[in-house]
Design a protein around this ligand. Structure first.
Ligand SMILES: CC(=O)SCCNC(=O)CCNC(=O)[C@H](O)C(C)(C)COP(=O)(O)OP(=O)(O)OC[C@H]1O[C@@H](n2cnc3c(N)ncnc32)[C@H](O)[C@@H]1OP(=O)(O)O
Ligand SMILES: O=C([O-])CC(=O)C(=O)O
Length: 374
């Protein structure tokens, strides 16, 4: 991977701390979790193994994995007071706001009272996020109070089963597994940095994750998968896609799902999710969304040397699995909570409060005028 000139505003290229968790754009395919290449992880392991790796530094042995999955499965239920809160959130709320409120409320009723409870709280959040999201979704949209316990063997399958009310196919289970792996961790991205700043004040883990959800919500970060879907859904065919994009580029509009703050030539997660999107398109028997996405990729590279990031082909892949667009970014939360919380633990292990400085560009010192003189 070619080194990108990283400088300028947005703290770009500045080292803000150390991590053992992840490298972005350094070597090989450009993304590793605890030394493991993302491509190999996506091919060989489950999301739960990646979650364990991020929480504990090593991949689990078979018995540790079985115990971990067993614990997660038992933590899927929601307390009545949390269900009551979720029932008060209107159907037109953004589901990312539901995740943020759900996380924050759980921190009230099951608080982290001591840092040695961190692993238990991380497992609780990981297990409860899909339940929170879909309990709210079905109540607010279908007036239905769903049972959030399932016997699904994975978080991805649990999510799909709660969403659709039936067991997912193997293909859909595999796509969700890969998607959750791809989104799990990404060094000092904006939401993770938010979590680390919060952790550096020695705050509790629910506060760190609640803040991170707020940062992920924006369209320049996790919200781009939804924005990408809104872009491609109206494109009739590849030629229409090309025409739309050329117009947007001419008007200097941002194309969501393209570009990256660190990668320069490609995002290593793109090829992986793109391949799954193609498989899903074929299974669906309607490849329009996949075909227009491929044309968008070609046009953006030809015109601007911009490439799809992890979010772009996730849009079509999720759509093919019948996932409503507004639930796309919350799936990112269900996954990235593993990375965020691993960073919180890492920050706590070697902490100094994060407190940078600013260049002052305001007025020179001046006297305060009286109210009637302003
Ligand atoms: C999982 C994730 O969070 S991945 C990121 C998801 N976000 C998106 O997809 C939103 C669209 N993309 C973007 O806004 C940006 O590429 C970001 C926020 C991801 C990175 O921002 P930066 O690091 O500032 O981008 P970078 O320095 O590479 O930008 C270089 C130039 O390309 C332009 N550019 C970058 N991305 C895009 C895009 N998607 N569409 C159009 N132009 C773009 C920038 O405006 C900039 O032009 P300028 O120098 O004339 O201002
Ligand atoms: O690293 C970033 O800036 C954004 C990103 O791709 C991620 O968080 O997955």
């Amino acid at each position: 991977m070619v080194d990108k000139k990283l400088s300028g505003a947005g703290l770009r290229g500045q080292v803000a701390g150390e991590t053992k968790l992840c490298t972005v754009g350094k070597s090989g395919s450009g993304l590793t979790y605890a030394g493991y290449d993302i491509k190999e992880l996506a091919e060989k392991v489950s999301f739960e193994e990646v979650a364990y790796l991020l929480a504990h530094g090593e991949l689990p042995k078979a018995d540790a994995l079985a115990a971990y999955k067993g614990r997660l499965a038992k933590l899927r239920g929601l307390p009545q007071s949390l269900k009551d809160v979720l029932e008060r959130i209107p159907a037109d709320a953004h589901p990312m706001d539901v995740m943020r409120t759900g996380c924050s409320f759980l921190g009230n009723i099951e608080p982290e009272e001591d840092f040695d409870q961190a692993d238990d709280k991380i497992e609780r959040l990981l297990a409860a996020f899909p339940s929170m999201l879909l309990y709210w979704y079905h109540f607010s949209h279908n007036n239905k109070r769903i049972e959030t316990d399932t016997d699904a063997d994975s978080i991805g399958a649990h999510f799909l089963e709660l969403l659709h009310g039936e067991k997912p196919s193997q293909l859909h289970t595999d796509v969700m597994n890969t998607s959750l792996i791809l989104y799990a961790e990404h060094e000092f991205n904006a939401s993770t940095f938010t979590a680390r700043v919060c952790a550096s004040t020695l705050s509790d883990i629910f506060s760190c994750v609640t803040g991170a959800i707020g940062s992920l919500r924006g369209p320049l970060h996790g919200g781009a998968n939804e924005a990408a879907m809104e872009l491609i859904e109206d494109m009739k065919d590849p030629d229409d896609a090309e025409k739309t994009l050329m117009g947007m580029l001419e008007r200097k509009e941002k194309i969501m799902g393209f570009g990256h703050a660190v990668y320069r030539e490609f995002d290593p997660r793109n090829d992986i999710i793109k391949a799954w999107s193609e498989k899903l398109a074929k299974e669906n028997g309607d490849t329009r969304l996949y075909d227009v996405s491929v044309r968008c990729e070609e046009v953006m590279w030809r015109e601007k040397k911009l490439f799809p990031n992890a979010d772009f082909f996730h849009a079509s892949a999720y759509h093919f699995m019948g996932i409503p667009t507004k639930l796309f970014t919350p799936i990112f939360v269900m996954s990235r909570v593993t990375g965020w919380t691993a960073h919180v633990k890492e920050q706590r292990e070697n902490n100094r409060i994060i407190r940078p400085s600013a260049d002052y560009v305001g007025p020179e010192p001046r006297p305060v005028p009286a109210l009637n003189e302003r």
